[in-house]
Design a protein around this ligand. Structure first.
Ligand code: FAD
Length: 668
């Protein structure tokens, strides 16, 4: 029966494996899983799989606009252990070497696949540089053999990536088959198994285009719905609010759904505050790395040199060849706080210097590459440069640290505690003095069977979902998705006779999801103005409240990223009230229903962030946030993971320490 807005159709499906999300990690899993399902079939086990994305895979997730670089490519002459060292230093020493090393030794294979699928990777052949436009072609096909990828940094390679996501999604869709893909379905929650609280048995969501609720049952699930944006008041205002550095469509679904299912989270205090071109959020990497530009204060002083001494406050992370990202912000913020802003990217000097050594033709080509860098991944920045009459060779551009974002695959490491590989000597027992405080049902050590399974049986994650191991980027997220495909098939084979039983009746789930719609329909005629009503709050207004709380009390831009125990206590109380009021959100159409549930996911993610910052009594990430009552990095007491579990019945968090251990020698 076709549904109506007040009475949605309920579609129930049972599959063995559900993939939630259609981004880089999901595409990796979708591409990889079919051969393993084929192998299972040969062994007598039939496995079905489905992928659901809230949007359309061709342009969904963080790579939607395209990218201009693949940020993780190890290459033939580099050591994955060095990559693990870099990840650790950039994230101030608290990362999982087992996850980073495992990623490093596998990631290149995904990059080679991207090239095979048609992604133009810039190459140098016999000293001459080729990009997508100039690379020799035969019969319209790029000649790919030979040449070395053009590196913009030790781990990054340049691409013509406007169509990156199309290319990767196409391969995923072709491999999985369109019958196994459902687009424009927003998953709201996971459902635990009725007979095993610590296991997932299903998921429920709704169509963003039709009046339909989807209820899925499964044996295993890959939750890869990206990171979280818009929990902090954004710098952009009015119509510009749709512009943030992080893509506005990832709303913390990964962290909230995992937390509600009982999964252990890790390092949720971590955040990423990228310093980017102001207002357009255009990428700066190519300017720093490829064009050798420097960032200055308003007086032309290079703050990375001027404030270098500050790095000595944070050994060893400040003294590495490339200091941790947060510390680079720390040096910039000193200039801003002391009134020497705006901060600029000195494009004028950089391009003038290039002119000294390059021919006019080569300079022209480089300038085209600089524009291409924006056009590939951030067209809006070109709009700003054009609108503000910025010619980079004549006028410098402002840089600005953004509002905070939560993610686990870029230069951040919040996420879910996931099982690592079993062959790199990760600890198997918990060694921290506070280990007794870890809830008894949680595993000890870093490996408990299936690579990338969370602490909830049957629930896997990758990309932004996996915590304590940032710097995976697009290629690494794809790789982690592929690893999950393999381990999920193994899990399903090992549990082939297990039957999932939802712990909540389907009618209750449907009622819950459509509650904002019912609230609207029941009360809409009480007033004459649709947005003003004592019985409900619009998702937009609720989002303003969340952003104001986080901005003012949990170290947003309003306080120059500072907070303290008192401010966090206020935030805790206000977030508690906001959670109550969230039950009164209205949805006047399917679009608002989406906004309502995105907000719900944001609130719980924000609460996790706040609880972790409250628990960690130090400032581990200066430049990203400062606890002014503990304004130091305290290696003695806090060189450890901070992890947590959420109890969906009592709506409370248990936060605790887990021991950290270096698995690669950090003295090298
Ligand atoms: P995503 O790719 O973001 O995918 C998330 C998916 O989940 C999307 O399909 C989304 O539609 C879906 N989804 C979300 N919520 C739900 C829900 N509730 N129900 C169903 N589906 C849902 N990497 C590089 O290699 N080079 C770069 O230059 C680079 N630049 C970047 C610039 C920016 C601004 C950002 C944000 C990231 C950049 N990255 C770069 C990193 C890269 O984009 C990410 O590492 C990667 O996309 C993470 O993959 P993921 O699958 O975890 O998340």
């Amino acid at each position: 029966m076709a549904g109506t807005f007040g009475n949605p159709e309920v579609v129930q499906e049972e599959v063995d494996i559900l993939i939630i999300g259609g981004g880089m990690a999901a595409c990796g899993a979708a591409y990889e899983i079919m051969p393993w399902i084929g192998a299972a079939k040969d062994a007598g086990v039939d496995i079905t799989v489905k992928l659901v994305d809230k949007a359309a895979m061709d342009r969904s997730g963080a790579v939607a606009q395209g990218l201009s670089a693949i940020n993780t490519y190890i290459g033939p002459n580099q050591d994955p252990a060095d990559y693990a060292r870099m990840v650790s230093n950039d994230l101030m020493g608290i990362t999982r070497d087992d996850l980073a090393y495992d990623l490093g030794r596998n990631v290149d294979d995904s990059v080679h696949l991207f090239e095979e699928w048609g992604l133009p990777i810039w190459k140098t052949v016999n000293g001459e540089r080729f990009d997508g436009a100039t690379w020799p072609k035969e019969g319209g096909k790029l000649l790919k053999d030979g040449g070395d990828p053009v590196r913009s940094g030790k781990w990054q390679i340049m691409i013509n990536g406007e169509s990156y996501k199309w290319i990767v999604a196409e391969a995923a869709k072709k491999a999985l088959g369109s019958d196994n893909i459902q687009e424009r379905v927003f998953i709201v929650k996971l459902v635990n198994d009725a007979n095993d609280k610590n296991r997932v048995a299903g998921a429920v969501g709704f169509s963003t285009r039709e009046d339909k609720v989807y209820v899925y049952k499964f044996k295993a699930c890959l939750l890869v719905a990206g990171g979280c944006v818009n929990i902090f008041r954004p710098r952009s205002v009015g119509e510009g609010q749709g512009r943030a550095w992080y893509p506005v469509w990832n709303a913390g679904s990964t962290y909230t759904m995992a937390a509600e299912a009982g999964a252990e989270l890790t390092m949720m205090e971590n955040r990423f505050v990228p310093a980017r071109f102001k207002d357009g959020y255009g990428p700066v990497g190519a300017w720093f790395l490829l064009f050798k530009a420097q960032a200055t204060n308003a007086y032309g002083e290079v703050y990375m040199t001027k404030n270098k001494e500050l790095l000595n406050d944070y050994p060893p992370y400040g003294q590495a060849a490339v200091p941790a990202s947060c510390l680079r912000n720390h040096l910039m913020l000193k200039e801003m706080k002391e009134g020497r802003g705006p901060i600029y990217m000195d494009t004028v000097t950089a391009l003038a210097k290039l002119r000294e050594t390059l021919s006019p033709r080569e300079v022209k080509h480089l300038e085209a590459e600089a524009w291409e860098d924006f056009l590939d991944m951030c067209i809006g920045q070109c709009g700003i440069w054009v609108g503000e009459n910025i010619e980079p060779e004549k006028k410098n551009s402002e840089l600005m640290p953004t509002e905070p974002y939560l993610l686990g695959s870029h230069s951040g490491c919040c996420g879910i505690w996931a099982s690592g590989p079993d062959d790199v000597g990760a600890p198997t027992t918990e060694e921290h003095p506070d280990a007794a405080l870890i809830p008894a049902h949680l595993p000890q050590g870093w490996n408990w069977g299936y690579r990338s399974m969370t602490t909830v049986r049957g629930l896997f994650t990758a990309g932004d979902g996996v915590g304590a191991s940032g710097h995976k980027f697009s290629s690494g997220s794809h790789t982690e998705g592929r690893m999950c495909a393999q381990s999920m098939v193994k899990f399903v084979m090992d549990n082939k006779d297990w039957v999932p039983t939802l712990d909540t009746p389907v009618e209750t789930l449907v009622e819950e999801i459509y509650r904002p719609v019912r609230t609207f329909l029941e009360h809409k005629d009480y007033t004459t103005a649709i947005d003003v009503n004592p019985h409900y709050i619009t998702p937009r207004m609720l989002q303003f409240r969340l952003q104001k709380i986080m901005d003012e009390y949990v170290a947003g831009v309003a306080t120059y990223y500072t907070t303290n125990g008192h401010m966090l206590a206020v935030a805790e109380e206000k977030l508690g009230m906001l959670k109550e009021d969230a039950m009164k959100m209205r949805a006047k159409d399917l679009h608002e229903l989406l906004r309502a549930w995105e907000n719900y996911h944001r609130i719980l993610t924000a609460e996790a962030h706040m609880k972790h910052i409250q628990f960690r009594k130090e400032s581990r990430y200066p430049g990203f946030y400062y606890r002014m009552d503990y304004n130091l990095v305290d290696e003695e007491n806090w060189h450890c993971f901070v992890n947590s579990v959420y109890d969906k019945e009592t709506k409370t968090w248990t936060v605790f320490k887990r021991a950290h251990k270096d698995l690669v020698d950090k003295s090298k």
